[in-house]
Write a protein that binds this ligand. Sequence first.
Ligand code: SF4
Length: 885
Amino acid sequence: MQQPIRTTCPYCGVGCGLLASFKPDGAVEIKGDPEHPANYGRLCSKGSALAETLSLEERLLHPMIGGSPAGWDKALDLVASRFKSAIEEHGRDSVAFYVSGQLLTEDYYVANKLMKGFIGSANIDTNSRLCMSSSVSGHRRAFGADVVPGVYEDLELADLVILVGSNLAWCHPVLFQRLIAAKEKRGTRIVVIDPRGTATAEAANLHLPLSPGSDVMLFNGLLAYLAANGAIATEYIERHTSGFEEALSCAKAAAIEKVAQHTDLPAQDVLAFYDLFLRFQRTVTVYSQGVNQSSAGTDKVNAIINCHLATGRIGRPGMGPFSVTGQPNAMGGREVGGLANMLAAHMDLENAVHRYLLRRYWSAPCIAAKPGLKAIDLFRAVGRGQIKAMWIMGTNPAVSLPEANEVRAALGRCPFVVVSDITSETDTAAYADVLLPSLGWGEKEGTVTNSERRISRQRTFLPAPGDARPDWWQLSEVARRIGFANAFSYRSAAEIFAEHAGLAAFENEGSRAFDIGAYAGITAQDYADLVPFQWPQHAGQSTRTRRYFDEGGFFTPDGRARFVPTPWRAPASTAARAFPLILNTGRVRDQWHTMTRTAKAPRLMSHVPEPFVEVHPSDAARFGLRNGGLAAVRSLRGEVVVRTVVSAGQKPGSVFVPIHWTDQYASQGRVDALVEGFTDPISGQPELKFTPVSVAPYPAAWHGFAVSAQPPSRTGPGYWALARTKGGFLLDLAGLSPVRDWMALARTVLALDEGADVLAYHDAGAGQHRFAAFEEERLTGALFIARDPLTVSRSWICGHLGRAMRHSQDRLQLLAGRAAAREDRGVMVCSCFEVGANQIADAVKTGRCRNADQIGQALRAGTNCGSCRPEILKIIHTQQTLIAG
Ligand code: SF4
């Protein structure tokens, strides 16, 4: 039997190892790699469902010019000539690349080399700018280099883990599972600092729902408290750091009462957190987008690092500040200079020695001498007409960038837009003059680096579909056509990695943290066999470093870490009368980015099938919203229409909308159309978690939903949201004005022929209209309409798609929408075993199960990836409270 292929998950920054193999019927099977040190065999719901996302449906298989298929030569000739002519006529800075943390390191390396070394501009930025550039800036300010000091194991060795702005349970689920296993084994205390009551907060010993944007005040207060209570590591500070007194003097402004007032937290909760930090030497502070995506993101990072430096809790087992990255290769992008303000191999654009070194290593004609435009500024420059040719690779800025409507307008005005992607069905691809088909996960070869500096291989186990080619090949071919053939003659990803590793070691001698010189000149066979490793890996010496900075050794000119004074600043926008709520954005458990891959898996869509706004009950009452209704969320920039979820976990005064929905899956679900492009002044990272908004009920005249074996039509209704289900599609819809002919609507939405076998039910007085369509007695579609949002179980109706329904009694029961209690699973909780909330609640109500383990034994829910365990625990708690009360 063929051995499984070892590869790495294409989603989050945990970087789980996978085993890909083929079943006897040829279907792909994905399992966790028990030998990979990131996950030791575990996977989350997204990783577990990867095999269901591999269909070629919606794949871009051939180059396209102006919407028509073209050969590679023609497409590449056109790209090269338009870039070349733009450079000749308007200068080097008139062209730009916008790349992605989804790219492999080898792709990233070639893109950066072409732009910064041969075109001679630094106009290459990445969607990682939106994800963790504040961490990069914070690291560089404090450590002199972009280094994550710790390793994942530290979360298992710590006595206290503080999660700041991180919904680890949903965004880094396998790391969360490792933390929870440690908590169960050794009683790790967990503090969650997040305005929202998330699935992660459910597992916390202490949850601090602070005011959005007040984190710096909280950590300044902590530093002052540690100093006042004798917890300062004087010797470490004296030997290895500078600037402590200045940072402390700034932090002392944050007295407990002031912290409590600014953070909107009870003083005793603030003190409880400070006491935990004081008591437990083994402390890890994990932070993520809630810290980074802020106009004070870099200061937030440094306020956290200050507390770890002050206590000497860095680089030792179970201690340290720990930035976790969102994307699979955000770290790899940092290593090759994928950000507009950095050079490759962690070198500095402003450093003439580094530029000279790079020029010699690459034999480059002109190294960029000044930083390029960061993401937000880059697209504003596109809008102003400064950028004449733009190449976007593996990302969807028309959805994911703040001011997303303005980004669309800018792309519409750009004279030449190239998009490399695996699909043409993205909002951004609609603006491309040239579309280039890239290889996807499972088809391409390369490496990625996860949040703990571990480099792992992504390997090929699927054939290249159509004419798709690697991104590095596309870039090299364009470079060759522009006139740089010698420097871009790569024949494989292995050759690129060998050059990248050589650069990391070139004239390094310990001056730069990123060093993988042990792999310089790696052979194709060794690259094929490469096992996951952490950097640094120096050439010719055994590498001792697993963690950084326990004994100092910072990468600043004097070798000392720098404390950074971090005076608190208000977020860039403040709530105004017209926009009285603060919008927070983020991920949901089972979706990834703009859903180009995860939306293909019905079981991932079943967890949260529609975009939503989460509001606190007091705000719902104040603004006339009801749970399950539709709401319009507006800002100065735009509007979305989404389902309302009323939740006590939401902080009063703030709302949450997920980032994933695009024009492919919802009529008005792009939340980044609401977000202002305010950025952190140092990192350029946008403030994605603090947008003043208003909410109001969406004045729908009617509501409904359709299930259909065929893609349903989305033209007509004012609101719609589409999700794949087993055997078809689910379309939620609503309209602003009454419909005169409901049957005509049913025929349009369900794409029915005139002669279709349709069963209809009307109660015009009650505003109810229901249709079920059959072909050879099998249900092919159904449409349910009512004046108010329908409570009919979508999952129950979807379960009938394709089912033979001969008896009129069954058909009538379907139209009545009355599921027998045991047949309605309710909202999907465990997507691995497709167990719904009703099933779990029922098992508790009937006394069959009292805890999550018993639920696992009875229903299997939570026993595979474990991503749903926080939700299972919540349902158990709710049911037990109801029973007790
Ligand atoms: Fe993939 Fe999930 Fe692991 Fe992240 S935690 S790398 S999404 S399997």
